[in-house]
Ligand binder design. Structure first.
Ligand code: GDP
Length: 263
């Protein structure tokens, strides 16, 4: 499974240190492989990378950005270098393989945050991409929500920050970040309603108010889903735009910043 594999990667590349990891998920085609490749390269020479697999890539923060945990260290402190490294874990966006992604969330290995990458050019109203993306995101957020009320191990990471990275901003069809946010919220509201209706129709939810409550994302009784409803479950969601490819080169500074603030 991915968590075990991940461990061996960490062991090989960094001795006994378990590197902080950032989980990268999202529908296929959103740009995960491209982002992984870009982040692995960073701004440094390739020499800083030690391991490369399709799913876990060791990255370093670009020169000049300081991890949150290192902000009081002297610039010459050698531990600075070690602390700047982190693992970016790619997970298959394909439906059937999604449980691997979800496994990583329930078994955090020094997990510091989650990046959900979306293709901002496929999120217009009525676009199949919007429905699929909202469907996947709904499931991920529901898992995080359940985690907050779940087992001890899953609770190890108290607060989980989620970055919805709205990719492909270089394309003129891409929605701006604010619209990506509201479109996803609106579509997740629909997913949420149809899921609970599905439960009722199949009789699963009948008479068991607790179960129904468990599978309802965000605030009970609310008509519209908002990402801010996740705060109650210690999940903070931010939507930030960027582009990995195209345009006049990559624009990922804000994503880097988000990562560095969580390391
Ligand atoms: P994955 O399936 O999530 O791993 O997505 P890929 O990394 O394979 O990217 C899917 C396609 O989108 C590829 O053709 C990329 O070149 C393209 N792509 C990725 N990021 C961007 C971007 O920021 N802008 C544009 N225009 N294309 C991108």
């Amino acid at each position: 499974t991915i968590p075990i594999f991940l461990h061996s990667v960490v062991f090989r590349s960094s001795g006994l240190i378990t590197l902080p990891s950032i989980l990268l998920i999202g529908p296929s085609g959103s740009g995960k492989t491209s982002l992984l490749t870009l982040f692995e390269r960073g701004t440094k020479a390739a020499a800083t990378h030690i391991s490369q697999t399709p799913i876990a890539v060791e990255c370093s923060l670009p020169v000049g950005s300081v991890a949150n945990s290192d902000r009081y260290r002297s610039e010459n402190d050698p531990t600075n270098q070690a602390h700047k490294k982190f693992l970016l874990v790619d997970t298959p966006g394909h439906g059937k393989l999604r449980h691997h992604a979800l496994e990583n969330i329930t078994n955090p290995q020094n997990l510091k945050g989650l990046i959900f990458l979306v293709d901002a050019a496929t999120l217009s109203a009525g676009d199949e991409g919007l429905r699929q993306t909202a469907d996947y995101l709904h499931d991920v957020l529901l898992l995080l929500q359940k985690r907050a009320t779940g087992s001890k191990a899953a609770k190890a990471l108290k607060e989980i920050p989620v970055l919805i990275a709205a990719n492909k901003m270089d394309l003129f069809t891409a929605l701006p970040a604010a619209l990506v946010k509201s479109s996803l919220e609106a579509e997740i509201s629909k997913v949420r309603t149809s899921r609970s209706k599905g439960l009722l129709d199949s009789g699963i939810g009948m008479g068991d108010a607790e179960d129904e409550k468990d599978d309802w994302l965000g605030e009970m009784g609310s008509i519209n889903f908002k990402f801010s409803q996740m705060e109650e479950f210690d999940v903070s969601v931010e939507v930030v735009g960027g582009n990995v490819a195209g345009g006049e080169g990559p624009t990922v500074d804000k994503w880097w910043k988000w990562i560095s603030e969580r390391l």
